[in-house]
Design a protein around this ligand. Structure first.
Ligand code: PLP
Length: 375
């Protein structure tokens, strides 16, 4: 198999799986329990929180485990609006956010919030000036992602944070695709809320984290229940998933520079090999090293994906979350219909080899040679 869809999800390395197995079968105590097994689980939980917080460059008490990135995004948005309820009911976001943000703010529109959706340029970029122009007296929240999951565009979150420093609007950034892929820390970004998800960095699915810091205070609990996660996100902690998240973050951190170099090499090699395919064009200006978006205009991406799947090559059409619908990101970038419909996303991870990319290049070339384009 040639897996080239690391932006959708990643395999869990054996070291991570082993760590999780130990927690599931041996260190399985409930961290709230008062006997030794429980206390050991609590000690481990604290250590795992420190590890993930260390990778983000924040204090452990600023990091709250969630069930996924989607939950982190929804919670951050609701919490920021609750804190700023007296500021107003206007939200600034972008038209290229992940559905976890877009669908959440769409639901808020139904509740009476006004939302400004910033449009990207043709490369998928948004500027801090656009954010500045959209701000209003009653803007309570700005939510701008760090790295786009379809194009790999890295958005200027630091500049936006600086812009908001003397304004009441709080800043949320979805850093699910940026965490341990592009250099940043909670401090360098300056956002009040930062969403993470484990399964994009070699951790298990079903676990994420939300950083709550900066100007965020008196956070609205996501759920009501026991006192876990400082009473803000109660529920017995998912200790095995958390252990997997921490181990994955630690492993990535150990060889960060090396992994970045490897991802950048993979991307450069893919640009070279795919660039040899007649009519193929590159979509957007991906800054992140692990994502490359390309199009064979006129060749529907669904057909490309399924034909390549038959050859054991896994890539996705635009974004894995869209399942056949035209991507909102590509339409917002103003791509013509044929180019948008022919766009596929290729994404790389530490395990990617040149052989994977060679196989992809020949399969795409073969597709282009043997199929008729749509007129
Ligand atoms: N945000 C971005 C940018 C993503 O790419 C994803 C996953 O594809 C998510 C949020 C959602 O994360 P999760 O799958 O953990 O809910």
């Amino acid at each position: 198999m040639h897996y080239l869809d690391y932006a959708a999800t990643t395999p869990v390395p054996p070291e991570v799986a082993r760590e999780m197995l130990a927690v599931l079968t041996e260190e399985f105590g409930n961290p709230s329990a008062q006997y030794e097994l429980g206390r050991a689980a609590m000690i481990r939980l604290d250590r795992d929180r420190e590890t993930v917080a260390g990778a983000l460059g924040c204090r452990p008490e600023q990091l709250f485990f969630t069930s996924c990135g989607t939950e982190g995004d929804n919670w951050a948005i609701r919490a920021a609006l609750h804190q700023n309820r007296r500021v107003g009911r206007h939200i600034v976001t972008t038209a290229v956010e992940h559905s976890a943000v877009l669908q959440c703010v769409k639901a808020l529109e139904q509740e009476g919030y006004a939302v400004s959706y910033l449009k990207p340029d043709s490369t998928g970029h948004i500027t801090a000036e656009q954010v500045s122009a959209a701000l209003r007296e009653d803007t309570a929240l700005v939510s701008v992602m760090l790295v786009n999951n379809e194009t790999g565009a890295r958005l200027p979150v630091e500049e936006i944070a600086a812009l908001l420093a003397d304004r009441p609007a709080l800043l949320h950034t979805d850093a699910v695709q940026g965490f341990l892929k592009v250099p940043f820390t909670a401090g360098s970004l300056g956002a009040d809320y930062i969403t993470l998800s484990a399964h994009k960095i070699g951790g298990p699915k079903g676990i994420g984290a939300l950083y709550i810091g900066g100007r965020a205070k008196n956070t609205l609990p996501l759920l009501y229940g026991g006192g876990q996660e400082a009473g803000l996100r109660p529920g017995t902690e998912a200790t095995a998933q958390i252990a997997g998240f921490a181990k994955a973050a630690a492993l990535r951190r150990q060889c960060l520079e090396e992994t970045w170099r490897h991802l950048a090499d993979c991307r450069a090699y893919a640009v070279e090999r795919l660039g040899e395919i007649p009519d193929l064009c590159f979509v957007g200006r991906g800054d992140a090293p692990h994502i490359l978006s390309v199009s064979l205009p006129g060749y529907p991406s669904q057909n490309i994906v399924s034909e390549l799947s038959g050859k054991g090559i896994c890539i996705s059409a635009g974004s894995a979350c869209h399942r056949g619908r035209v991507s909102h990101v590509l339409s917002a970038m103003g791509l013509d219909k044929k180019t948008a419909a022919g766009t596929v996303r290729v994404s790389f991870g530490p395990e990617t080899t040149r052989e994977d990319i060679d196989q992809l290049a020949s399969a795409l070339l073969e597709h282009r040679r043997t199929r008729f384009p749509m007129l």
